[in-house]
Design a protein around this ligand. Sequence first.
Ligand SMILES: Nc1ncnc2c1ncn2[C@@H]1O[C@H](COP(=O)(O)OP(=O)(O)O)[C@@H](O)[C@H]1O
Length: 217
Amino acid sequence: MKDYDIKKYTKRLRKVLDDDRFEHTLGVSYTCAALAMRYEYDLKKAQVAGLLHDCAKCIPDEKKLQLCIKHNIQMTDVERKTPFLLHAKVGAFLAMNQYKIKDKEIIQAIINHTTGKPNMSLLDKIVYIADYIEPQRYKAANLNVVRKMAFEDINLALFQILKDTLKYLTENGGDIDPMTQKAFEYYKEEFEHSSDDVINYIKKQQEENELNELLPN
Ligand SMILES: Nc1ncnc2c1ncn2[C@@H]1O[C@H](COP(=O)(O)OP(=O)(O)O)[C@@H](O)[C@H]1O
């Protein structure tokens, strides 16, 4: 197994992230580890990917843009207009160059953690989902359902998060990176009956008397 110095990464992150982001980062890392246990993925790699996913989050937008130009990191039009999205690519760059991460799956998972993408790897899915469900999160739609679903059917949980994120972004205006829509379409095709699956899943939970308030009668 590769040697990842989790203590050292954590120490550095404590310095470069604000308090809330640091707490979120720890939550994501532990949730990644829990999902990795469930889906038999390498625990250390999942923890490291979770730990580093937001390592560029507290860099000001202007600086992120400069770093992309300086290091020839390709930007899409949406990223140029909405530079907070660049924390994913800049984070992957820092993971490689400052944290000396060489593992391609970890780097890819950092790149994909904000928008998702079609045909995500298991680690991509673990980080993307952990970012949404980690214990400190409280605002997103259907959180209780998705938290449980994530440990029962990872693809269904992924699909539901993509769907709820697109709904949230559409309702709240602003630019939407088309990659999330592409990811949604990809997984929608993969489960032709996925909407039914999600509704059936929620109904089952209702029958178990756990989540009564989530569906209209
Ligand atoms: N396709 C997209 N286009 C624009 N914004 C997006 C897209 N997907 C996700 N976001 C938004 O990007 C923001 C940052 O996401 P993320 O990287 O997960 O950081 P955070 O941990 O702050 O939520 C979130 O508010 C999310 O709603």
